[in-house]
Design a protein around this ligand. Structure first.
Ligand code: S3P
Length: 757
């Protein structure tokens, strides 16, 4: 494979963007061959003089400039980009890859699609979200793209090689890669970039045409300068942009006009106090939104830990009520978001497969989104997610590229453990980090067996993250896992894909098998023992892209199963839930406790069983939870403990020490919360006993979820039976697995308010 610094680059258009690309690349790789082509001789002479380019050609000599370029970057406004594509088709050599930088994609893509498929398959549309109101080569800066986002809108037939080359250019310039569909890009940009420019131009114009415009400008100050800065942008380029993105711009302008019209009417007709209150509410919301945006996008790390602790759920009824006569009934039909385990795996396997994997039902929660970001950093183009759909353009088994920074896994033990197996087998260095909770979780369970396979991994004291991984050649092992962990099993299977010989893993108790099912879906040969306790594979085969429909997450559905199970008169249907036999411990346990659950319309979707789950309230009684069910319900215990607290008699759980090393120590966090709401329980090193009471109204209390999403949601559900409100602290991480929990809860009759403190 050619090193990127040897790739011959032709930049067509030496303005702000083209010039910044040339300067940035030369700064990183002084020997990178760069040719520029423009119609402005003075700009080209300046670029030659500062050695940002090696050679220049007038635009009339485009054919000569193209002759042996490997990568052609069209750095022109949208209309000019569309216009030059047919010329490039006729003069580029048949191996050169092309990309552009236009901020409207639909118009450019429509022009590309009129050309021969062979040519358009080499054209990768792109758009750097970087720029300035200044224009021209002299305003260009080598660092313009550092830390900025680049949006690719790949064409259906773009090859992964073409994507890889374009990605390599932008990552060399220090940018982060994103990808979107063309319509989504144009809508988003119409709102976030094009509309503000339109308004800036038009406010300057409106003011200039006022009768006393001289006066206005004489007294104008910082506010006017700030607001109108965008009106100094390149007029040619921006008029082009609106011609090219008329429809989306008109839509968002329509929404703006409606809002302005409402403001005008209010100014003309609302009584003073009403107007004051309405405007104050509007301005406060807008101020909060803007500040949150600035914090998240311009200072994300400084605000991360503050944000994590800042979300509080106020759940339950504000009026104290001790009787059981007026308990709320939980009723309705909902579809909870996609399965977290399967969502992570769809990205991982899609990334190393050959071809384009299409995923639907993807969980757009923070954990899975961190996995998407990690694979983008590893050089994979991932389009979306948009409404749960994404396309992963696989780079093949050996196509990942070295990350430039530590890969941030957020709150997700699954992502860190699975990626450790994949990365241990790569021929580059990498580092895996995470948030406060993840940094405390044990990684020795993966590091030790990976070392047995030949991996070179350093963990922190006590086997904690960050994990530093160096290149290694792995060999297969036979490994009997000391605990029933799907994460450990999956980690070793991923490493095994690259190992010499066979990797065989056996588990002491059955745990989730999504990895095995997905590998089969990607056409990878795998052997499983009849009882499912041993799995083996041989390294070296290829994975073939596939289609994945992610079912709804039974772990998220659990909160509503329990909500219905603890409130008389409840009746809930949960749609399209994954009922993989290795995940249905919660159904089995609730049924043993007396719950009335039916599994309706079972079917298979892309290798995973799926069904509707219907639950009607029935009285619960305490049980001793069978140990065999523990790995099958491992994430569901926080919610199950709430069900136990409303059951008749005691519920006992032993043999569940794994709960101590989840996102929090779930035995301790739940015992502490249960005590605060007045439930009698006894904690053991490996379990808990809970004294249930079918007549219970829990005491109103403040509960610390300890930043654990499932603890927060379990107590939010418990609030259905609270005698007053619960104040549940530290709930931001609910967004890791169930981003619309509060909204869906309210459709079923749960009262949860969110406070940002
Ligand atoms: C998961 C496996 C389980 C589970 C986690 C997701 C997975 O962890 O708790 O939420 O996707 O493989 P262990 O395998 O460590 O028990």
């Amino acid at each position: 494979m050619t090193r990127f610094e040897d790739v011959k680059i032709l930049i067509v258009g030496l303005g702000l963007i083209g010039g910044s690309i040339a300067r940035g690349l030369k700064r990183k790789n002084p020997n990178q061959p760069i040719i520029a082509c423009d119609c402005d001789r003075a700009q080209m002479a300046a670029a030659l003089a500062s050695q940002d380019v090696d050679q220049v050609y007038d635009i009339d000599a485009l054919s000569a400039a193209c002759a042996d370029a490997d990568l052609v970057v069209i750095a022109l406004p949208p209309l000019a980009t569309a216009a030059i594509l047919p010329r490039l088709e006729s003069c580029c050599n048949e191996r050169s890859v092309l990309t552009d930088v236009a901020s409207v994609k639909g118009y450019v893509v429509a022009a590309a699609e009129k050309l021969a498929t062979e040519f358009s398959s080499r054209f990768v549309p792109g758009h750097p979200i970087a720029g300035s109101e200044k224009s021209g080569y002299l305003a260009s800066k080598g660092e313009l793209f550092e830390g900025r986002n680049i949006i690719l809108t790949p064409l259906k037939n773009n090859s992964s090689e073409a994507l890889r080359l374009v990605t390599a250019m932008w990552t060399t310039l220090g940018a982060n890669m994103l990808a979107m569909s063309v319509p989504h890009h144009d809508e988003v940009l119409a709102a976030t970039s094009h509309l503000p420019h339109l308004l800036a131009y038009s406010i300057v114009d409106v003011l200039a045409k006022q009768e006393r415009s001289g006066d206005i400008f004489r007294y104008a100050a910082g506010g006017f300068a700030d607001f109108s800065r965008l009106a100094s942008s390149d007029a040619r380029m921006w008029s082009d942009i609106f011609v090219a993105n008329r429809a989306a711009s008109a839509d968002v302008l329509g929404a703006m006009i409606t809002a302005l019209q409402a403001l005008k009417t209010a100014l003309e007709t609302s009584p003073d106090t009403r107007l004051g209150t309405d405007l104050h509410a509007l301005f406060s919301d807008a101020k909060e939104t803007r500040e949150a945006f600035i914090n998240t996008h311009f200072n994300p790390t400084a605000n991360k830990s503050m944000n994590e602790k800042s979300v509080v759920f106020i759940a339950g009824q504000s009026i104290a009520d001790q009787s059981c006569a007026n308990l709320p009934q939980v009723k309705g039909r909902v579809r909870v978001p996609g399965d977290k385990s399967i969502s992570h795996r769809s990205i991982i396997f899609g990334a190393i497969a050959e071809g384009r994997t299409e995923v639907s039902g993807f969980l757009e929660g923070e954990d899975a989104l961190n996995t998407v970001a990690a694979f983008r950093e590893l050089g994979v183009t991932i389009v979306g997610p948009e409404n749960g759909k994404l396309s992963i353009i696989g780079v093949g088994r050996d196509g990942l590229s070295a990350p430039r920074k530590p890969l941030y896994m957020g709150n997700s033990g699954t992502a860190m453990r699975l990626l450790s197996g994949l990365l241990a087998a790569q021929q580059f260095d990498s580092e895996l980090t995470g948030d406060e909770s993840l940094t405390k979780r044990p990684m020795a369970r993966v590091v030790e067996p990976l070392r047995l396979m030949g991996a070179t991994i350093d963990a922190q004291a006590g086997g904690r993250p960050p994990l530093k991984i160096a290149p290694a050649k792995l060999h297969g092992i036979r490994y009997a896992m000391p605990m029933a962990s799907a994460q450990v099993k999956s980690c070793l299977l991923l490493a095994g894909l690259y190992a010499d010989g066979v990797t065989e893993i056996s588990e002491p108790g059955i745990c989730r098998d999504h990895t095995e099912r997905m590998l089969e879906g990607f056409g990878y040969p795998l052997t499983r023992s009849a009882d499912g306790s041993t799995v083996s594979l041989e390294g070296g085969h290829a994975l073939k892209a596939t289609t994945i429909d992610v079912p709804s997450d039974i772990s998220s559905a659990t909160f509503f199963l329990v909500a219905a199970a603890i409130c008389p008169g409840s009746d809930v249907v949960l749609e399209h839930v994954g009922i993989n036999p290795t995940r249905i411990g919660v159904i089995n346990i609730l049924k043993l406790m007396g719950a009335d659950i039916s599994v309706l319309n079972p079917r298979s979707v892309g290798g995973e069983p799926v069904a509707e789950l219907a639950i009607k309230y029935a009285p619960l009684h305490g049980i001793t939870i069978p140990e065999s069910q523990i790995p099958l319900a491992i994430d569901e215990f926080p919610a199950l403990f709430i069900a136990a607290a409303t059951a008749k008699g005691e519920t006992h759980l032993r043999g569940a020490e794994e709960l101590r090393v989840k996102e929090s120590d779930r035995l301790a966090a739940m015992a502490a919360g249960l005590e605060r709401i007045g439930v009698d329980c006894e904690m053991f090193p490996d379990g808990i006993s809970i004294a249930g009471d079918p007549e219970v109204r829990f005491a109103s209390a403040e509960i610390d979820s300890e930043g654990d999403h499932r603890i927060a949601m379990a107590f939010a559900v418990a609030s259905l039976r609270a005698a007053g409100e619960f104040r549940i602290l530290n709930c931001a991480n609910v967004a890791t697995s169930f981003p619309n929990f509060v909204e869906l809860s309210s459709t079923l009759g749960l009262e949860i308010r969110v406070e940002h403190v």
